[in-house]
Design a protein around this ligand. Structure first.
Ligand SMILES: [Zn+2]
Length: 155
């Protein structure tokens, strides 16, 4: 895989993409680690798209997406707008017995794959997550259908 660049902070229309120093060769994909993104504004999204256009519209892969990032992106329909492929996404579990929280990283190809014109999307959530503190079964803190709606193929 090519280099992963880290995108961090509040992504608004003033965010400086130059600081990423992305230098893509022709037909290369662009991989971004978005775990440090705190917010994405509508203006920031347009700014992001313009930067991608300037790079020759590489296929964008987003890695280590957090629930916060998804919440922000969903409110501006960002994943569709950027035609981004999600490489990995964090899911959050909570123990109903002792309130211990656990983050679990799901990977494209291992745990999920987006739908295409050729094949349907697929998603394999862990069958049972046990609490690391008290072994009680943990509960997902996300609604699978909504959270993973980005996997659906859109023509
Ligand atoms: Zn517990």
């Amino acid at each position: 895989m090519s280099r992963i660049h880290s995108l961090k902070g509040h992504l608004d229309e003033l965010w400086s993409f130059e600081s990423l120093a992305v230098d893509l060769k022709e037909r290369q994909d662009l991989h971004l680690d978005v775990s440090g993104v705190l917010s994405v504004s509508a203006g920031g999204l347009k700014h992001w798209k313009a930067w991608l256009d300037g790079l020759g519209r590489p296929q964008l892969y987003l890695h280590f997406c957090t629930p916060l990032f998804f919440e922000q992106m969903n409110s501006v329909r960002g994943l569709q707008y950027l035609q981004a492929i999600v490489g990995s996404v964090e899911v959050h579990y909570v123990c109903p017995a002792c309130s211990t929280e656990l983050d679990y990283m799901m990977y494209r190809g291992q745990n999920f794959i987006e739908g295409t014109a050729e094949h349907r999307e697929s998603l394999t959530l862990p069958e049972k997550v046990s609490c690391p503190s008290c072994s009680h079964p943990m509960e997902p803190d996300f609604r699978g259908q909504d959270y993973f709606s980005f996997l659906k193929y859109r023509n």
